[in-house]
Design a protein around this ligand. Structure first.
Ligand code: HEC
Ligand code: HEC
Length: 284
């Protein structure tokens, strides 16, 4: 269920390579979303990532391929560092090539970058480690780790077609503009109708979809634990691979429902937002 179909990726990226990606406007709250903010940039980049099928066969290619495996088979390749049942590609869809789910395409050009949550400049490797500690409820890899360097190499390789100085207009997950108050009770009803088939009535996942709460899900420090982020992800991407979508309100309500369910704690949360400005929907 977790491995993206390469043929689909190739097709999607070929199609996408031919059109300019103009994302919808998004609400910016607090420090996140990280992206889609550089509307003042002069260069308008195309979403034109290379296909993972064309990773070269040389030594550098081997490193890039390891990075790709870390992203799609995190459970296997990153086992020591993962504390739940997720792979990076469960959220960074199509191995990071999907333009509406925090794509990896182009983003290496934006680091190092100041992060308000950390209160300091972070490198791309630091940002990857944040997802290991939070989204994967695991632990960070040492800075000189071959596996961490490989993920960075993969993201750099995906970013190779970015013109210098360009914005990354598809960055992040397109946020919803809505004044709807999240309603977890309605979210439960929608979840039972539209999500249990793949994620299970207990939210613990099935063969058709990963867990969305419980001990094998992302922890409370993860971006996905925020209702605004989960709602954006659900609206843009769920259900996966079917011919229908959910409404904005359904996305917001199911996001609220899954995020009031029990999930792992994030022990280091006291160090977040050292300078204030914590977004209102951070659950701690
Ligand atoms: C047809 C099956 C299917 C349905 C229905 C579906 N999902 Fe998913 N969902 C998936 C799959 C598969 C993934 C992982 C995507 C991948 O690996 O490519 C996923 C990923 C997710 C994720 C991020 C990864 C995680 O587990 O935390 C969330 C959150 C999520 N779904 C929520 C929902 C919600 C809420 C609904 C109902 C509105 C829903 N999904 C409906 C199949 C489905
Ligand atoms: C539970 C979902 C989830 C999983 C699993 C996950 N991430 Fe993330 N990741 C996110 C979210 C959400 C964001 C922030 C997106 C936004 O704010 O729009 C993010 C952001 C990032 C960014 C920064 C993107 C940018 O635009 O600067 C990187 C790099 C990243 N993740 C790498 C990884 C890697 C590598 C893995 C696996 C080791 C991983 N993530 C696993 C949800 C996840």
């Amino acid at each position: 269920m977790n491995r993206p179909v390469i043929a689909g990726v190739v097709l999607a990226s070929t199609l996408l390579a031919t059109i300019s990606c103009v994302p919808p406007p998004r609400v910016t709250e607090g420090e996140e979303p990280a992206g889609r903010r550089s509307m003042d940039a002069t260069v308008n980049a195309l979403f034109a990532p290379p296909s993972p099928e064309t990773i070269p066969g040389d030594l550098r290619g081997e490193q890039i391929r390891l990075g790709y495996e870390m992203v799609v088979n995190t459970q296997q390749y990153g086992k020591r560092y993962v504390g739940n049942a997720l792979n990076c590609t469960n959220c960074h869809l199509d191995a990071g090539l999907h333009p509406n789910s925090a794509s990896f395409v182009g983003i290496s050009t934006l680091y190092p970058q100041y992060r308000e949550r950390a209160g300091r400049q972070v490198t791309l490797a630091d940002r990857i480690n944040e997802c290991f500690e939070r989204s994967l409820n695991g632990k960070s890899l040492p800075p000189d780790s071959v596996k961490l360097t490989a993920i960075v190499a993969y993201i750099e390789w995906l970013s190779q077609n970015m013109p210098p100085g360009s914005a990354v207009p598809w960055r992040g997950i397109p946020r919803l503009t809505s004044i709807h108050q999240p309603d977890p009770l309605n979210g439960k009803k929608v979840f039972e109708k539209k999500c249990v088939f793949c994620h299970g009535s207990d939210g613990q996942g099935t063969m058709a979809g990963p867990p969305v709460w419980g001990p094998r899900s992302y922890n409370i420090g993860a971006g996905m634990a925020r209702v605004s982020v989960a709602a954006a992800f659900i609206k843009a991407n769920m259900p996966r691979g079917w011919g229908w979508t959910v409404t904005n309100n359904e996305a917001i309500d199911t996001a609220a429902y899954i995020n009031v369910q029990p999930r792992p704690d994030f022990p280091d949360k006291i160090h977040d937002w050292p300078k204030g400005n914590k977004p209102a929907d951070v659950p701690y």
